[in-house]
Design a protein around this ligand. Sequence first.
Ligand SMILES: [Mg+2]
Length: 210
Amino acid sequence: MIFYPQGYFSRISDINSEYIKQNNIKGFILDVDNTLIDYYKNMNEETIHWVEEMKKNGIKMCILSNSNKHKKVKEVAQKLDMEYSYFAMKPLRNGFKKAQRMLGLESSEIAVVGDQIFTDVIGANRMKMHSILVDPIEEKDIFVTLIKRPIENYIKKRFIKQKNKSEDNNNYCKRKSLDYLKKDVDSNSSKITTNEPSKKHSTKEERDVL
Ligand SMILES: [Mg+2]
């Protein structure tokens, strides 16, 4: 489903190295507004630390922002020392292609991190990149985003519910297969103990063969 992210984290700094290895992620395309900085252009220390750690581990990164405020995007990119592209018009493909060239990686090796389903997640999914949704840092946002938030929150809730459900299902299947095995063993043991001929072999010839 194009609306659904493949991963969901509360904050960007929660994306851990285990998850990165599991999903064979070699590079990140990062959103700016409400993913790296809040409404007041503040970036927290955890985010800076996370970017440094990723770089140390050889993970490539670049910025892809829909913002048309060049100065703002450039400042963020300079602070984190990475290439950038602004006014990207996500979810359209062109911006993502440009970012992919910056990283020099295959689509399947790239994860896109952003706080919006309609731009970041859909864009990543269309490009066959790994999509990661994060909670917005600061809810105070432009009008359009405020309209989209309730729909995004609904999808997030469903995502979490589905994840829990599939875990429950796995446990249910395990329980069921155990029950089945148990029944199978019980029925086999009853077959061994009985002396009566089976009803399936009711003719004299069949009984003689037995
Ligand atoms: Mg954003």
